[in-house]
Design a binder for this molecule. Structure first.
Ligand code: SAJ
Length: 442
């Protein structure tokens, strides 16, 4: 660290020392699927952590040691709260005592597909009111490139303190994969980029106390773009195989066979699998954050937008395939009995945000189909003014369907029984690989 400015040097050395001694007080704002595991990870390593959660019900549950995040066992949470290693705060009053604050709030898209960073701005406002000199602030929320430099920094300087002089500021993308048994916070490499070298250095030291591999990059903007590349990469490759699925349909080929055979190439290929669309809170959204920013800079991100378009059209494509299948039995979509298996956005989870299954159910219902669904992870859904509850997967439920649609390949369903009993099955996820019967595959 440069000694040119003694006071700054002293502040930075003092913070670095506290980090290394684990006496630094760490705060995490936003205790969701990213923030809560992060707060627990620092508390588990011996830091005194303040978890700041504005939703009073969530804060109350956490104070009682009740976890609402699958990857954080209540038993461990309760012990950390009881020991005082983790304190839950729902006002941010404790921020003045903190040495480092990690911001992990949601960044949804508006209906206009524009980023909504109001949660980030609000969190920064809470911090600015109580920011003390010598504090490190790190934004973890996935956002468009430039947010940290152009929005967070000025918001924090409303405290009267100067970024890079009185406090330090960095961005570090979250890489939390809920339910992943292998990759968790401590062993997933963490990218970090600061507004200046000192901010980067302090953030590297902080995260290195908890995470085995920390990867510094040259700026906060670079770190923001790294995250968006990771998920845009997925969106583009999923769109490629979704287009390949349509190509295979015209060529009378199985896209599943083609991709699986290509995946035998031991280098230079990575399999992605087609489906009836993409859901969740990352892949549909993150490329849009990048596209929006680039359009504001008069750059047309055609490739990124084309991928989103291809993925976004898959529900309609799936509906066309179902109509074609019903047609083979001289049935129309209108009044057809359709049983959907799987409304969650991906297998093994109960999250159905932006799930393409909902789009497909809505489109078919609008065309007069009688829809029911079975999803062991999702008890009830509503879309387009209609609501459904998950029904038991009885023999009768399968038999009465004119077509069973497999839209999410949840594990644990008795697929052979479905194939045996169903008049027709449209398998959009290759859940029935290897099974024979009246099966039409995407
Ligand atoms: N999907 C496909 N074909 C594929 C892969 C996914 O159609 O080959 C669909 C899924 O069905 C789902 C959507 O895309 O509807 C998103 O699936 P995902 O596997 O990308 O899962 P997400 O949305 O939970 O993405 C998160 C991301 N994690 C973070 O941003 C920290 C992503 O970077 C991870 O790679 C992904 O989890 C993961 O691998 O689980």
């Amino acid at each position: 660290m440069d000694k040119s400015r003694p006071i700054l040097y002293t502040l930075a050395v003092s913070l670095d020392k506290k980090i290394k001694e684990k006496t630094a007080r760490v705060g995490v704002i936003g205790l969701g699927y990213v923030g809560l595991p992060l707060a627990v990870a620092f508390a588990r390593r011996g830091f005194k952590v303040t978890g700041i959660e504005v939703h009073a019900k969530r804060a109350a549950a956490l104070r009682k040691g009740r976890s609402y995040i699958e990857d954080v066992p209540s038993k461990e949470l309760a012990a950390l709260v009881r020991s005082g290693a983790l304190t839950i705060d729902d006002t941010g009053a404790g921020i003045a005592k903190l040495d480092a604050v990690l911001i992990c709030v949601q960044t949804p898209l508006r209906k206009t597909k524009e980023p909504d960073i109001s949660n980030i701005v609000s969190a920064c406002g809470t911090v600015a009111k109580r920011l003390k000199r010598g504090t490190l602030i790190v934004l973890e929320s996935t956002t468009y490139p430039g947010t940290t430099q152009e929005a967070v920094l000025p918001e924090l300087e409303k405290s009267g303190l100067k970024a890079g002089k009185d406090f330090w500021l960095a961005f570090s993308p979250e890489r939390v994969d809920p339910g992943n048994e292998k990759w968790h916070i401590e062993n997933t490499p963490k990218v970090v980029g600061g507004i200046d070298d000192r901010s980067t250095g302090l953030a590297v030291d902080l995260y290195s106390s908890v995470i085995s591999k920390v990867v510094p990059v040259s700026s906060a903007t670079a770190a923001e773009l790294v995250k968006l590349l990771e998920n845009t990469f997925r969106s583009v490759n999923i769109a490629l195989v979704n287009e390949l699925a349509q190509i295979c349909d015209r060529l009378g080929l199985s896209v599943w066979e083609v991709v699986a055979a290509a995946a035998t190439k031991p280098f230079g290929f990575m399999p992605f699998w087609p489906g009836p669309g993409i859901g969740g809170h990352c892949i549909p959204k993150d490329p849009q954050l990048l596209a929006w920013k680039m359009k504001s800079l008069n750059f047309e991100p055609r490739f990124i937008e084309l991928a989103s378009t291809v993925n976004g059209q898959m529900p309609r494509y799936a509906v066309r395939r179902v109509a074609r299948l019903l047609n083979e039995d001289a049935k129309s979509v209108k009044r057809a009995n359709i049983l959907v298996l799987g409304v969650a956005y991906k297998p093994g989870v109960g999250d159905f945000r932006d799930s393409p299954s909902l789009d497909i159910m809505h489109l078919l219902a609008e065309d007069g189909a009688k829809i029911s669904y079975h999803d062991p992870f999702v008890p009830r859904v509503s879309v387009g003014g209609r609501s459904w509850s998950s029904r038991r997967l009885t023999d009768a439920a399968v038999r009465e369907a004119d077509c069973v649609l497999i839209l999410t390949a949840h594990p644990g369903l008795d697929y052979p029984r479905v194939v045996r009993l169903a008049r027709r099955v449209f398998d959009a996820r290759n859940a029935l690989a290897g099974l024979k019967g009246r099966i039409e595959r995407l």
